[in-house]
Design a protein around this ligand. Structure first.
Ligand code: PEP
Ligand code: MG
Length: 917
């Protein structure tokens, strides 16, 4: 019989932390805590394999499951000294989801399962608390009818007509009638009446009675959790986070302990260190006399765990440290033990039942990029982790967040916040406010920058939260779902901003009597929790010394070099600041776009519409000083680091002017009439320019274009050397598919080299001659190409275009649908298709290095800055990746992580890959 059910509790467990794939994160960590002797209510985990089986077999369980669950219930009963469904000493259970990778709030939970007309009496006797018992019962009916009887069976009620909302209305009506303001004002008698009203409502609305059988309730809960794996918000979250659909969730059934049994009971959520800043302080929130859902749902604003972490919003509230000092000390000890054991920051949930502490959950906590960096560096100092561990602790996306903007402090001091809330997600964000997740998605689709403003946090808003620049809520604490999710994404987020009077229906928010409507601009400082009216200036996060130290670790452990794609000396400088080790792609044609491009562009245009070689040479002569100036300045900035200069690539007709005046000016400079110019321009027209007269084909047909560029490169080099500077140029030929193209161009290069040497009176000028590999035929014939090319640089933009046969300029019409339908896992122009295009790359490297063992290989397509693609480049033995300046630190980190994984043998490293220095 397969082991589908794993028990835990009473100081031991069947599972352990390493079994996340099978037990889900929650189940595996509950088992681990039980094994560590930490007080965990007993229970059992139904494995993720059951979930996969369930979906593979028309939502049926494996035959033996029922028996296994029965045995596990017996075990749990023995440990807890109570019996499920028993009239005198009943045991209640919670039924919760638990995926391999945490999906906070995205799936369902049912609490208090096992309460029936029979067990109610026993619970009252046992707890001597009638009010508590009926309160637990009304919570069960509310949750169960919503999750199991409505959502899990696919009932989709109209807005405001869901069973839960209707039951909430009943409760509110009773409170109103009795003149109560709080739920806690309801007496035992009131609740007794209320549950009867609830039962009638459930029968009326859902057409079925509320089940009075504990076993039926249990299986209902289990089924609902499995069902919620395929609920809308879970699917959305998985898509955003890249969690595979076939992982499935586990189900955890665990004995209930109650934080709502009076003033010696409480519940809380905590982080072993501050998840927003990384500060080494125990950080959390708690509520006296409450159940866990009250904290995470953001319904009541919770109190701080201790004195040291109080803030503006909660400084008047009693901390757990003061209110229950002994229990706090016990919790703090568990915190230390858990951190020592897991060697990481953990996110924990606890309940105190009548003074007794129980741990309900622990998992590695989500954190901001800043916190990840600070914690990693602290933990190295504390000798909790190694430098290599530290490198693995910051994800490349978090690195991106660290490089992201914050509000310009000089602008911030000049103004005051209109409101203050809890700093739940870091950095700054400004944008137009919207009040619904759908609007956020829609406005963002139209290219607007929006801030999503909500009354309270709701996991159903996940798509809108993603689309927004920042999130602002009126209620909720630091551990509310929105805060957790935003932090996981490194998104600017402020929660619990109680000064806001938000009217979602009217799309208006009032603060201090002032109105802000949909579309108005606000700015958020998510690191402090401050909200500002209007748009404040942003700046990039300043260089932090810990970041510099962290990057030293990164560089120590990586073997792959990181270069940049830069076309101007300014970009080159920026990239050097970010740690670039050379330029992997200098696109010559970019000097004809944007700033200061008028003069060189005019010469280029003259060259393009020239009719004879003589005319063209004259135009090229005029163009030469501009090309040389840019190349020389860039080579100089790079100060001896390699600079790959690519010969002119794009189809020339792109540069023919469209405006009448420009055309007239051009015609005049060539001494021709407008009709003649039109004729020449027309003759340049191509049906498929991307596969037309571009790249090396230009150099083959007009050798003088290549000559001019090579002369500019070599003269710049000669002059810089004579000025005592260091230079390392690499001449790169684009769009090559056949070695003879390269041979043809090499003759020109060699001739120009000889001429330049004579001009400067030197014997030789050092340069490398290589090619881009961006056409499948080039990858396949790489063995021959390497006879001439001294280096390869993979142009994966074109290689993806030509490998898939997808026009890179026209993918908008179909690639999103391919991703949506899961025909492709991602847009292959963003994330390298390792299976197909990657195979071409590997073939090219293998064949190229067979011919020329010291062949230098890099990548300069957009993928060179994408973390998973960088990992691939490491594994196939490239020497370097090249990416835009801002992505250089991300690529450095991704390269270091790939190297560390490789060492640990975790990566799927290709055997025998040799990297040539
Ligand atoms: C490429 O094709 O990957 C490349 C870097 O060149 P470009 O994007 O300029 O075509
Ligand atoms: Mg290309």
């Amino acid at each position: 019989m397969s082991k589908f059910v794993y028990s835990f509790g009473g100081g031991k467990a069947d599972g352990k932390a390493q079994m996340k794939e099978l037990l889900g994160g929650k189940g595996a960590n509950l088992a681990e805590m039980a094994n560590l002797g930490i007080p965990v209510p007993a229970g059992f985990t139904i494995t993720t394999e059951v979930c996969t089986h369930y979906y593979k077999h028309q939502k049926k369980y494996p035959a033996e499951l029922e028996k296994l669950v029965k045995q596990a219930v017996l075990k749990m009963e023995r440990i807890m000294g109570a019996k499920f469904g028993d009239a005198s000493s009943p045991l209640l259970v919670s039924v919760r989801s638990g995926a391999r990778s945490s999906m906070p709030g995205m799936m369902e939970t049912v609490l208090n399962v096992g309460l029936t007309s029979k067990t109610i009496k026993g619970l009252i006797q046992k707890t001597k608390n009638e009010r508590f018992t009926y309160d637990a019962y009304r919570r069960l009916i509310m949750m169960y009818s919503d999750v199991v009887m409505e959502k899990a069976v696919g009932v989709e009620p109209k807005e405001g007509k869901g069973i839960r909302v209707q039951l909430e209305h009943e409760m509110a009506a009773m409170k109103r009638e009795k003149g109560y303001s709080q739920d806690t004002d309801l007496t035992a008698e009131d609740l007794k009446k209320l549950v009867e009203i609830f039962k009638v409502k459930v029968q009326d609305i859902l057409g079925k009675p509320f089940p009075d059988d504990p076993i039926k309730q249990l299986w209902g809960g289990i089924g609902a959790v499995f069902q919620s794996w395929n609920g809308k918000r879970a699917i959305s979250y998985r898509r955003i986070e890249g969690i595979p659909d076939d992982w499935g969730t586990a189900v955890n059934v665990q004995a209930m302990v109650f934080g709502n049994m009076g003033d010696t009971s409480a519940t809380g959520v905590a982080f072993t260190r501050n998840p927003a800043t990384g500060e080494n302080k125990f950080y959390g929130e708690w509520l006296v006399n409450a159940q866990g859902e009250d904290v995470v749902a953001g319904i009541r604003t919770p109190a701080p765990l201790n004195e040291a972490t109080k803030n503006e919003q909660n400084k008047h509230m009693a901390s757990l440290e003061k209110a229950m000092p002994k229990t706090y000390r016990e919790l703090d000890k568990i915190r230390t033990n858990l951190e020592k054991h897991y060697r990481d920051m953990l996110d924990i949930e606890f309940t105190i039942q009548e003074g007794r502490l129980w741990m309900l959950q622990c998992r590695v906590g989500k954190r901001t990029g800043t916190a990840a960096l600070n914690m990693a560096m602290d933990m190295v100092k504390e000798k909790l982790i190694t430098e290599k561990d530290a490198v693995m602790r910051l994800s490349p996306n978090q690195m991106d967040e660290l490089l992201h903007p914050i509000i310009d402090p000089s602008a911030e001091v000049k103004t005051s916040p209109i409101a203050k809330g809890l700093p739940a997600g870091p950095g700054g964000a400004s944008g137009q406010i919207v009040f619904s997740a759908n609007d956020a998605v829609e406005w963002a689709r139209q290219g607007k920058r929006v801030l999503l403003v909500r009354e309270e946090t709701n996991p159903e808003d996940v798509e809108g939260m993603r689309a927004a620049q920042g999130i602002l809520t009126g209620r909720g604490g630091m551990t509310s779902h929105a805060a957790l999710v935003a932090r996981g994404w490194g998104k600017c987020c402020i929660v619990g901003c109680s000064a806001l009077d938000i009217n979602v229906r009217e799309k208006i928010m009032k603060v201090d009597g002032k109105e802000y409507r949909e579309g108005d601009h606000l700015t958020l400082n998510g690191s402090k929790g401050y909200v500002y009216a209007g748009e404040l200036a942003m700046i990039s996060a300043s260089e932090n010394p810990r970041f510099v130290q962290f990057m030293k670790y990164v560089d120590k452990h990586r073997t792959l070099k990181v270069r940049t794609n830069a076309d101007t000396p300014d970009d080159a400088k920026k990239a050097l600041d970010f740690g670039a080790q050379g330029i992997g792609l200098f696109r010559t044609e970019h000097m004809f776009y944007g700033k200061n491009s008028e003069a060189p562009l005019f010469c280029l245009r003259k060259m393009i519409v020239s009719n004879t070689e003589e005319e063209r040479r004259r135009a090229l002569e005029e163009l030469f000083p501009y090309v040389k100036r840019d190349i020389k300045a860039t080579l100089e900035v790079m100060n001896g680091l390699p600079v790959t200069i690519r010969l002119l690539d794009p189809p020339l007709h792109e540069f023919v002017p469209q405006e009448k005046e420009k055309r007239a000016e051009l015609a005049a400079s060539l001494g021709i009439g407008p009709e003649e110019l039109q004729k020449r321009a027309d003759s340049l027209h191509e049906t498929n320019p991307m596969m037309g007269h571009r790249g090396v084909r230009l150099g083959v047909t007009y050798p003088e274009i290549t000559e001019m560029q090579v002369r500019a490169i070599l003269e710049s080099t000669a002059e810089l050397i004579q000025e005592g500077k260091r230079v390392d140029p690499e001449i790169m030929v684009p769009v090559v598919s056949e070695v003879k193209e390269l041979d043809d161009q090499r003759l020109l290069v060699e001739r120009v080299h000889k001429e330049v040497c004579e001009k400067y009176g030197v014997k030789a000028i050092k340069y490398m001659y290589g090619t881009m590999i961006e056409i499948p035929r080039a990858a396949l014939t790489a063995g021959k190409i390497a006879e001439t090319a001294e280096f390869f640089s993979y142009g994966t933009n074109d290689l993806t275009q030509m490998g898939f046969g997808f026009s890179r300029d026209d993918i908008g019409g179909f690639v999103p649908a391919y991703v949506e339908k899961k025909i492709l896992p991602d847009d292959p122009f963003q994330i390298l298709d390792q299976e197909g295009i990657g195979e071409l790359i590997q073939i090219g490297i293998e064949r190229g290095r067979k011919t020329r063992p010291d062949l230098k290989v890099g990548i300069c397509g957009e993928h060179g800055g994408e973390p998973s693609s960088v990992g691939f480049c490491h594994r196939v033995g490239m020497n370097y990746v090249s990416c835009s300046p801002y992505r250089v630190p991300i690529a450095r980190l991704a390269a270091a992580q790939a190297a560390i994984r490789d060492l640990k043998g975790k990566g799927n490293a290709k055997k025998n890959v040799k990297r040539k220095k």
